[in-house]
Design a protein around this ligand. Structure first.
Ligand SMILES: CC(C)(COP(=O)(O)OP(=O)(O)OC[C@H]1O[C@@H](n2cnc3c(N)ncnc32)[C@H](O)[C@@H]1OP(=O)(O)O)[C@@H](O)C(=O)NCCC(=O)NCCS
Length: 221
């Protein structure tokens, strides 16, 4: 739409310039341009400048990652459950549909506050992350935020999305959206080298605990 408008305006602009040049060459000062022509001329310049600005901005931001965590809604739910890791990674993470079902069960049984989000780069959904807020019980040291799930779709891995999504999640957790906590915890399979490297680079430290075969780590807030 904008492109079409740009082409029309550019044509009007070129025609107006052409007319102006002819007048100057012929030293034709008899008539002033009508008000409508002056208006169209100015409007054309404004639209051409707006278009150029638009393209420059789009070109500049094309390669920049802009991660956003958006709530799962009826509008993005279908897309979210279609995301998948690589075949050999499926043993490291539950499917997104199963994670969302788990969130429902946890919420309706007051086990914790699940926080599932779709990960977007601009308007493209690239992955899924699920956090939770768990209030302290007699076995815990205090309230804790968990990173229960993190997955980046197989077509979008290795581009920095996983790390940036984790950084965004930590930013969100530090605002204490559901209550105060002193630590963030997560766990992974011992042979999941990518996850291990990623989390260690963000400061997560292994606690020595093993839960359901996974190494538990924590990061002090
Ligand atoms: C783990 C996962 C989320 C990483 O997402 P990603 O977008 O591919 O990762 P990134 O591109 O952000 O890379 C983050 C870091 O992981 C590490 N990493 C990425 N690819 C790697 C590879 N092939 N080998 C070793 N480390 C790797 C690097 O440390 C990298 O950081 P750096 O680039 O600053 O060095 C993704 O591989 C995934 O969805 N895996 C399947 C599900 C899973 O295992 N989830 C974790 C469960 S606990």
């Amino acid at each position: 739409m904008l492109l079409m408008l740009g082409i029309v305006c550019s044509s009007i602009f070129i025609l107006s310039i052409g007319e102006l040049i002819i007048k100057v060459v012929r030293k034709d000062t008899t008539k002033n341009p009508p008000v409508e022509k002056t208006f169209i001329f100015i409007l054309s310049i404004v639209l051409i400048l707006t278009n150029t600005y638009n393209y420059i901005v789009r070109f500049y931001f094309r390669g920049i990652i802009m991660i956003e965590l958006r709530k799962i809604t009826e509008n993005n739910f279908e897309e979210c459950i279609k995301l998948e890791p690589k075949e050999e990674q499926k043993r490291y993470v539950a499917s997104n549909i199963s994670s969302l079902a788990e969130a429902y069960v946890a919420l309706t049984n007051n086990e914790c506050i699940p926080m599932p989000y779709a990960i977007y780069d601009k308007d493209i959904m690239v992955g899924f992350i699920m956090l939770s807020y768990n209030e302290a019980d007699e076995n815990d040291d205090g309230n804790v935020y968990w990173v229960c799930r993190l997955m980046i779709d197989k077509g979008h891995q290795g581009k920095g999305y996983g790390k940036k999504a984790m950084a965004k999640a930590l930013e969100l957790i530090r605002t204490s959206p559901y209550g105060k906590a002193t630590v963030v915890s997560l766990s992974y399979e011992p042979e999941n080298v990518i996850a291990r490297t990623l989390y260690a680079s963000l400061g997560f430290v292994e606690t020595g605990k093993i839960e359901a075969g996974e190494l538990v780590t924590k990061l002090a807030l």
